[in-house]
Design a protein around this ligand. Structure first.
Ligand SMILES: [Mg+2]
Length: 316
């Protein structure tokens, strides 16, 4: 199933409705970047002005991640409000690159308006384990939800402790299940070597962003030294960074967060021309952006499990 862009060259006008939201996490999410307690974003709705009697509505979601180079929620909200409740195709196509989450949200809403099919149900989704020792509890629902891939955040506690917990985690892991390790750029080079030695020949799908974004060359070297693939995430948060790393010859996986990467159509066009070993990842957005992610995953025909296993982190 592809995405229908057939109306993308029009210059139709739409009534624009905006609704800001704030969803608390059930439990705060601990990553190397710190503690995250709630998810704030904006839902937008487009309704064609010359068809207001019809029920045609397109929903989109703006879910910024300013720590990753996107606009802030406040900037996105001001930007949305600047249109005075009305927007055209041309204005959507002209959203500047400094508003990547708005580019995603508005184009998603247009796509939603012109695509009637529901996105497919994908079984290939990666679950997210709680960080640290908390993951080592087989009573947790996450262990019994049929995930083939489970993600575990590392570089949060002391490394010797984490490496011990990692051995316990591996010993609990059912046959055929793989783990993705995500360091969020929090390891030193020495620690990255320690982790990659511990990962070799174990059921580890990849190690994500071992080093900081300024250490691309070191990650490139590491990727050639060990059998476990490396993935870039923080390093490719913006479209320009994604292009830079791709063209610098990154041989590993690229974890793409479409909600902050800008126009979905640009990503699709790029992937049609160039082969990318890609994982689509959520930024803890809600069902509206997730619908777009599922559409993208189906269009791009991705082989790796999606990083969407985030439902159980919200109250509703
Ligand atoms: Mg990551």
């Amino acid at each position: 199933m592809g995405i229908n862009f057939k109306n993308s060259q029009n210059n139709d006008q739409y009534r624009l409705s905006i609704q800001a939201y704030c969803r608390p996490f059930k439990q705060p999410l601990h990553t190397h970047h710190g503690v995250w307690r709630d998810r704030q974003g904006i839902w937008i709705q487009l309704c064609p002005i010359d068809e207001e009697e019809s029920n045609d509505r397109g929903w989109g979601e703006i879910a910024p991640l300013p720590g990753f180079g996107s606009e802030s929620v406040t900037e996105a909200l001001q930007f949305c409000q600047s249109f005075g409740g009305q927007i055209t195709d041309e204005q959507i196509r002209s959203i500047p690159d400094r508003f990547p989450a708005c580019q995603f949200g508005f184009e998603s809403a247009l796509i939603d308006l012109h695509n009637w099919e529901a996105p497919p149900n994908l079984t290939q989704v990666c679950g997210l384990l709680p960080t640290g020792k908390a993951a080592l509890d087989l009573q947790l629902p996450i262990w019994n939800q049929g995930y083939q891939t489970l993600k575990w955040k590392i570089a949060v506690a002391e490394i010797s402790q984490e490496l011990n917990d990692f051995q316990d985690l591996l010993s609990m892991l059912p046959d055929g299940i793989k783990v993705r390790l995500d360091a969020n750029g929090g390891l030193t080079e020495t620690q990255a070597h320690q982790w990659l030695q511990a990962c070799a020949d174990r059921p580890v799908e990849f190690l994500e962003q071992p080093l900081g974004i300024s250490e691309f060359e070191a990650m490139l070297a590491l990727s050639q030294e060990y059998p476990t693939p490396l993935a870039l995430d923080e390093s490719i948060a913006t479209w320009q960074q994604f292009l830079n790393c791709y063209h610098a010859g990154w041989p590993g996986v690229m974890v793409v967060k479409p909600a902050i990467l800008g126009f979905p159509s640009r990503l699709i066009e790029f992937c049609q021309a160039d082969r990318v070993d890609m994982v689509l990842s959520s930024v803890f957005e809600t069902a509206i952006a997730r619908k777009m992610l599922l559409r993208l995953a189906a269009t791009l025909n991705l082989q790796r499990a999606l990083g969407l296993g985030t439902d159980c982190w919200f109250e509703d």
